[in-house]
Design a binder for this molecule. Structure first.
Ligand code: SF4
Length: 325
């Protein structure tokens, strides 16, 4: 036994992860290097973009545009152990829905995976409710805790998520001070923010030592925002460039904004120009090895986040899409 009801809890496994583990048969165009699993359903919160929200009418077993077939721990543990030891999967990330039956099994799962491999990178994404809760996940073996804020500004946060943006930031900043380099967050680009809002968010995260994973908003059928469009690709590319520039130690004062839009970034750091030309800023961002293929786009559409190194043509195209010289 695991000390909790993990044996009787169905575990959502992202369709890409399930395929890598041989639990479902599907041909993958890009393979995930992080396993994503999901605990809980029917969230108590009501984020307008989320398929698991209280008011959402989305099909069950969805989060973003990904389906999460459910498996028992018994079925999952063997293939997961093999994929971790073969280094096919280099990180495991536990997504939790805010509901009464998610935290206990998620903690039990973390303990089991940590016992399986003392060295595998292990993340969890939870609502930034309190520092005490973050501590529980670290004590269970997580290497990183993701506290998604999702929205770039207080106004957007209140509108699409509800609750206190500053309260959530306070948890994030306290946790980052206590566990340096081990706290991350998510920013969903395309919820109505200006590029200036996004830059302000990124600068605040950078100065707190918080890693940011960028997501492009994806309208999901059945959610309150199902009729909204994904962000303009130029908007997304400029935010990616600003995020990369700041991550590499760039000075926020070198990002020039006009009327809410990024108009230039003065690349004053050695090597940065070459990294941008090679397409680095347009790769999936967030925790190391979290490549999330097709999490927010369909095959054949513009790749907002590349789950791998870009080809020279892709890098050139993405740089052009940014509209920046
Ligand atoms: S960036 Fe990836 S691995 Fe890290 S918390 Fe977010 S989804 Fe999980």
């Amino acid at each position: 036994m695991t000390g909790f009801d993990l044996e009787t809890t169905p575990i959502g496994v992202s369709s890409g992860t399930a395929s890598v583990l041989g639990l479902v048969r599907a041909r993958l165009m890009e393979k995930p290097t992080t396993a994503h699993v999901l605990f809980g359903e029917d969230c108590l919160r009501n984020c307008s973009f989320c398929a698991q929200a209280r008011g959402s009418k989305s099909a069950p077993n969805h989060l973003s545009r990904v389906t999460w077939p459910r498996f028992s721990w018994d079925r999952l543990k063997g293939p997961l152990a093999s994929a971790i030891s073969a280094r096919v999967l280099k990180r495991v990330c536990v997504q939790t829905v805010e509901c009464p039956n998610s935290q206990g099994p998620a903690l039990a799962f973390l303990r089991q995976v940590r016992a399986m491999s003392p060295s595998v990178l292990l993340s969890v994404a939870v609502t930034p409710a309190s520092v005490a809760r973050v501590e529980l996940f670290f004590a269970a073996g997580a290497t990183n805790v993701g506290l998604p804020l999702d929205a770039a500004s207080a106004e957007i946060y209140a509108k699409v998520k509800g609750g206190s943006f500053e309260g959530a930031w306070a948890v994030l900043e306290k946790a980052a001070a206590r566990w340096p380099g081990r706290i991350s967050t998510h920013l969903i680009v395309g919820l109505g923010e200006t590029e200036e809002d996004a830059v302000r968010f990124l600068v605040r995260a950078q100065s707190a030592g918080v890693t940011v994973g960028l997501f492009a908003f994806t309208p999901v059928r059945g959610t309150a925002m199902e009729k909204m469009s994904p962000p303009d690709v130029g908007h997304y590319r400029r935010v990616q460039l600003a995020a990369y520039f700041l991550k590499r130690g760039g000075d926020a004062g070198k990002i020039e904004v006009n009327d809410g839009k990024i108009v230039s970034i003065d690349l004053d750091r050695p090597g940065l120009r070459e990294e941008i030309l090679s397409g680095k800023p347009f790769e999936t961002s967030g925790c190391l090895y979290c490549n999330r293929p097709y999490y927010t786009e369909r095959p054949g559409q513009v790749m907002m986040n590349y789950p791998r190194v870009l080809t020279a043509n892709e890098a050139e195209q993405a740089r052009k899409e940014s509209g920046l010289a």
